[in-house]
Design a protein around this ligand. Sequence first.
Ligand code: SF4
Ligand code: SF4
Length: 160
Amino acid sequence: MVVPPGWCRERPTDEFLPRFATVEQPVELPCIRCGICCSVYQVRISRAEAERIAKYLGIDYWNWVGRYHEPRWPDPASHLIKHDARGCVFLRRDQTDARFSLCGIYDARPDSCRNWNAGILKPACQEGLRRYWQVDVTCDGRMTGSCESLARLELFMRHD
Ligand code: SF4
Ligand code: SF4
């Protein structure tokens, strides 16, 4: 495999790497759709958001509560979306490629999910890079790994 410039540990100073390099120049990590954030964080939403999701799913609000509200959540003024063994109950694994996940209610997803961005220093995103791309991130935001892993990730990011 041809290794694009800048992505091999042994050649760290080429044109591409600075985009992914240090916290002084914040790295713009695109979402790699690993779904780790949806599996580790449990989302709290307002009643209005629950109603919006219920409408999107074509069910009524109380039906939504029965199916998707975390019953142990103590605040009657809000909802916590239930988790199952994989994380958020709306998280779907891409059937054709296990590296990717999808939100089953993407068009009606909660505001906190809309406002959440990927980041090179976020532990969830780092876990996704590690688990699905075999790429690690150093504490100053550098990606490290084999040349092949880094090249594979770069090709994905360039074409996604
Ligand atoms: S609602 Fe969608 S985006 Fe939000 S945590 Fe669940 S699966 Fe992820
Ligand atoms: S953990 Fe980060 S990269 Fe993975 S889906 Fe969430 S925002 Fe995207």
